[in-house]
Design a protein around this ligand. Structure first.
Ligand SMILES: [Zn+2]
Length: 101
């Protein structure tokens, strides 16, 4: 699947936001990087749950998405693994710049 330009720039924006939040929490909390990573993963799970809950209630959201936790979790885990295995060198540069500030 080839990402379209809109979803590519949305992905870049999400990447920047999460990197900024990760570096802020890492600096402020002084927790180990993997602990902060786990907090980020838990936060994403919490966001999923809140958004999914809103889509279960009548009149919650008109977009028509029907949450399917089992399939959605599998898709999110696959996306996490796929992006970790294919992290481009550019990602490391963002981390170094953000970490040094
Ligand atoms: Zn919706």
């Amino acid at each position: 699947m080839q990402p379209d330009p809109d979803s590519e720039s949305a992905g870049a924006e999400m990447h920047r936001s999460i990197m900024t939040a990760f570096c802020d929490v890492l600096r402020a909390s002084r927790l180990p990087p993997m602990t902060v990573m786990n907090l980020a993963a838990s936060a994403l799970g919490a966001v999923y749950k809140e958004v999914a809950n809103q889509h279960r209630s009548e009149g919650g959201c008109p977009c028509g998405w029907k949450p399917n936790p089992r399939a959605d979790i599998a898709a999110l885990q696959a996306a996490l693994a796929a992006s970790m295995e294919s992290a481009p060198p550019a990602d490391l540069r963002i981390m170094q710049v953000a970490g040094r500030a």
